[in-house]
Design a protein. Structure first.
Length: 128
């Protein structure tokens, strides 16, 4: 069975049901020694991420390595137990017990997450 929106529901308590936007966090991973940037996102972004995830095909092959300097991918946290990581055309959903990677040739998940950041938060030169 593949990971999908059901996995999110399995890890939610009553107070974590969709609509409680305070729990959605996105972020950009920066190079070694630099602080990762994080920001809150709303339910609309969460729904876009879930919708895109469902359309992606399983990834075959090695996972991309993040860069040593500058931008190293982005993430979406639904709860303490569920995170989606997107980098270089591969999206990985992780829980405490499972992970699954899917191919995103157009980097659509990454684009949605980065576009959701406050306008002055991400120096565009860092996003390589």
């Amino acid at each position: 069975m593949s990971l999908d929106f059901r996995i999110f529901r399995e890890h939610m308590s009553a107070s974590d049901l969709p609509g409680n936007a305070t729990q959605y966090v996105a972020g950009a991973i920066r190079g070694p020694g630099e602080v990762d940037l994080t920001w809150k996102v709303g339910e609309e972004i969460a729904k876009k991420i879930f919708s895109l995830w469902k359309r992606l095909n399983p990834h075959e092959g090695p996972l991309p390595s993040t860069t040593e300097h500058g931008y190293g991918g982005c993430f979406f946290r639904y709860s303490e137990e569920v995170e989606i990581f997107a980098c270089q055309g591969v999206v990985t959903m992780m829980t405490r017990t499972r992970s699954e990677s899917r191919t995103d040739d157009s980097s659509s998940v990454e684009q949605v997450l980065l576009a959701s950041a406050p306008a002055d938060m991400l120096p565009r030169a860092d996003l390589r």
